[in-house]
Ligand binder design. Structure first.
Ligand code: SAM
Length: 295
C-alpha cells in the first residue's frame, strides 16, 4: 500500500494506534492480529473470489479487511467502537468496494444489510477475528437468521472451537456442538498462538470454518422444541437422558411413559445425552412432540 507496510505489521499497527491516540478496550475483546500468515490463512479458508462478498465483524484497524478487499467483489465491515471508524476510513481510503458500518452486530438488521450490500454477488462469506466475549451469540445469530451465507471463517477461543466441532461420545460434545452442526459443517482450520495478537489474549485461539448447510442436518417438526430437548438432555452431564428429561418435561411422575417414548425413539433410557447423535435427538424430539409432551 503506497510503499507502506501492511496494516497488520507490528510497526504499522503501533504507528496507526499511536497517531490516533487509540487505547485497547478489553471489554470489547480488542486483540488485533499482527501476523500476515495467519491473516492470509483465514482469508484463504473462505475461498473468496471476485464474484463473492465478505462480511467482516469487528474490523479493528482493518488488518483483515485489507486482505478481504483484495479477494472479494465487495466487503462490509461492522464495527461497534466509534473510535475506530475514522481510522478505518483512513486505511480503507484507497478502496471503493468496502462499506464501514458503525454498530453492534448483535443489534444490526443483517437481512436488510445483506439486501443492501450483497445484492450483486453470487455468495457471501463471513470472515472475522471475533471478539471472544460474544462469540457464541454472534455465530448463533448468523446461523439462526438463515442468511444467504456460504461459509463462516472465524478466529475464536480454541476451547470453543473444539466444542463446536466435537463428535458424540467425547467430552467436548454438548448443546453448542449440536446447535452449530445442525446448521453447518464445522472444521478446525488451525490452532493459533497468543503471540500473533496485540495485546495478547489470555486464552489459546483457533480458526474454524463453518460451511453453512442448505438444509439443516436433520428434519425436526419443531426447531424450538428440538433445542429444548437438547438443552434438557445436557442439563446435568453425569445424569442419564431419562433423568435429565424427567426433570424438565415430566416433573411429577410419568417415568414409565418417558422411558417408553425413549425406547420408541430407539434410545436406551440409561444412555447419557452426550452419546446421542443429531439424528437421535431429532427422532426423540419428534416422538416427544407427537406424544403431546411440552414444558
Ligand atoms: N479484525 C481486527 C483484527 O483482526 O485485528 C480486530 C479483531 S478484535 C478481536 C474484535 C473487534 O470486534 C474489535 O475491533 C471490537 O471493537 C469489535 N467488536 C466488539 N464487539 C462488537 C460487536 N458487538 N459488534 C461489532 N464489533 C464488535
Amino acid at each position: 500500500m503506497n510503499g507502506m507496510d501492511d496494516i497488520a505489521s507490528p510497526r504499522r499497527t503501533k504507528e496507526i494506534i499511536q497517531r490516533h491516540g487509540f487505547s485497547f478496550k478489553k471489554s470489547l475483546g480488542q486483540n488485533f492480529l499482527i501476523d500476515q500468515n495467519i491473516l492470509s490463512k483465514i482469508v484463504e479458508a473462505a475461498g473468496l473470489d471476485s464474484t463473492k462478498g465478505a462480511l467482516e465483524i469487528g474490523p479493528g484497524i482493518g488488518a483483515l479487511t485489507e486482505k478481504l478487499v483484495q479477494q472479494a467483489a465487495t466487503v462490509t465491515a461492522v464495527e461497534i467502537d466509534q473510535r475506530l471508524i475514522p481510522i478505518l476510513q483512513e486505511v480503507m481510503e484507497p478502496y471503493s468496494h468496502v462499506h464501514i458500518h458503525h454498530g453492534d452486530v448483535l443489534k444490526t438488521d443483517l437481512a436488510e444489510l445483506f439486501h443492501r450490500n450483497f445484492a450483486n454477488v453470487s455468495k457471501v462469506s463471513v470472515v472475522a477475528n471475533l471478539p471472544y466475549y460474544v462469540t457464541t451469540p454472534i455465530l448463533m445469530k448468523l446461523l439462526e437468521e438463515k442468511l444467504p451465507v456460504e461459509n463462516i471463517v472465524v478466529m475464536i477461543q480454541k476451547e470453543v472451537a473444539e466444542r463446536m466441532a466435537a463428535s458424540p461420545g467425547t467430552k467436548d460434545y454438548g448443546s453448542l456442538s449440536i446447535a452449530v452442526q445442525y446448521y453447518s459443517v464445522p472444521e478446525l482450520v488451525c490452532i493459533v498462538p497468543k503471540t500473533v495478537f496485540i495485546p495478547q489474549p489470555n486464552v489459546e485461539s483457533a480458526v474454524i470454518r463453518l460451511t453453512v448447510r442448505e438444509q439443516p442436518a436433520v428434519e425436526v417438526d419443531d426447531e424450538a422444541f428440538f433445542f429444548q430437548v437438547v438443552q434438557a438432555s445436557f442439563a446435568q452431564r453425569r445424569k442419564t437422558i431419562s433423568n435429565n428429561l424427567k426433570s424438565r418435561f415430566f416433573p411429577k411422575d410419568g417415568r414409565e411413559r418417558l422411558d417408553a417414548l425413549l425406547v420408541e425413539a430407539g434410545i436406551e433410557p440409561s444412555r447419557r445425552g452426550e452419546t446421542l447423535s443429531l439424528q437421535e435427538f431429532a427422532t426423540l424430539s419428534n416422538v416427544l412432540l407427537k406424544a403431546g409432551i411440552r414444558e
